[in-house]
Design a protein around this ligand. Structure first.
Ligand code: NCD
Length: 338
């Protein structure tokens, strides 16, 4: 699929070759993300970043990715600071804001809302998460991270063994990631969730249709023994009718160093889209894993910038000219390893 001028609304629009293309451009962005050089290739371009649900990583990394390519970012966060609070429709908002921007990123609590917005938009729209439905840029950065983490071990995405843990019913990151995995061969997926929060059948069916081995479990320790990746997720409290209902599941699957040492194969990679819920009653990934070199969560978050830079470069057609606008960095940038 041609990304030039395209909306990115769902992972279903990608084929395997497209993903390789995105990853190759993402690799080329590393010197810019590491502040070894700067580029002004998107000088004058404006990103409209519209986030109607809480966000730290997705919002800021989309913004930074655009800035790192030399573009400017205009942000709208929360319904209360937008005319939607005055009754304006998504259609009108899209018509207006797309007149001010070159590309728009949007997060919204309603499944399908970003696609509706995109239909009215005059510029490309990237889905930053639409309710419990999809989170395509997260799935791409997750897959990019898995590929990178396994490369060191001489493993590839084909033949991957992954456990997805937590609120698989409402988690848009696991919906999009499992869908992308259908493009690869011979994947083993273990889905660990409370029965009530199981992965929706359509995603399980798609994995099976792709010939993958799917194992369903509601127990952590017995299910994480033979996997390359443990992908933990948060109980999606905001999708429940009450906090009390979410509390019933919080803290059900806790991974800490002792459990990791006892049950995981050596060097199992730990991922999480973040935020991890670090409150005592949840603590899905304990802080005692912070020194574990296989904890990839911050490398994963860093990769978000590379993948989002790649998406912008491809959508706006500058992937081949980024280096033509490169300049040395003027400042001292000290950053230790993630
Ligand atoms: C996720 C999301 O918003 O879907 N976060 C993210 O974008 N990195 C996961 C979550 O909020 O639990």
């Amino acid at each position: 699929m041609q990304l030039l001028g395209a909306h990115i609304l769902s992972v279903n629009q990608f084929e395997r070759g497209d993903i390789e293309g995105v990853f190759n451009v993402a690799d080329a962005m590393a010197p810019y993300a590491a502040r070894q050089k700067v580029t002004r290739v998107l000088e004058g371009a404006i990103l409209g970043n519209m986030f109607f649900e809480p966000s730290t990583r997705t919002r800021v990394s989309f913004g930074c990715a655009f800035n790192l390519l030399g573009g400017d970012v205009r942000e709208t966060t929360g319904f209360q600071s937008s005319a939607i609070a005055k009754g304006e429709s998504l259609y009108d908002t899209a018509r207006v804001l797309s007149g001010y921007s070159d590309v728009i990123c949007m997060r919204h609590p309603e499944p399908g809302s970003v696609a509706e917005f995109a239909e009215a938009s005059r510029v490309p729209v990237v889905n930053g998460g639409d309710g419990a439905n999809e989170h395509p840029s997260q799935a791409l950065l997750d897959l990019y991270t898995i590929r990178k983490e396994l490369e060191h071990k001489g493993r590839a995405l084909d033949g991957l063994r992954i456990a997805m843990i937590g609120d698989l019913k409402h988690g848009r990151t696991v919906h999009s990631l499992s869908t992308l995995l259908t493009l690869y061969r011979n994947v083993q997926v273990t889905l660990i969730a409370p029965d009530e929060l199981a992965m929706p059948e359509k995603y399980v069916e798609a994995l099976r249709q792709a010939g993958h081995r799917v194992t369903i479990s509601s127990e952590l320790s017995s299910s994480i023994g033979e996997v390359d990746i443990v992908y933990s997720t948060r109980i999606q409290e905001e999708r429940f009718t009450s906090k009390e209902e979410a509390d019933m599941y919080r803290g059900r699957f806790r991974l800490n160093q002792a459990i990791y040492t006892q049950y995981c194969e050596p060097n199992t990679v730990i991922m999480h889209p973040l935020p991890r819920d670090s409150r005592a009653d949840a603590n899905e990934l304990d802080n005692d894993l912070n020194q574990n070199p296989n904890l990839a969560i911050f490398r994963q978050a860093d990769n978000g910038v590379l993948v989002r830079m790649a998406l912008f470069a491809l959508i706006l057609g500058v992937e081949k000219t980024v280096d033509d606008y490169a300049k040395p960095v003027n400042w001292y940038h000290r950053r230790s390893a993630p």
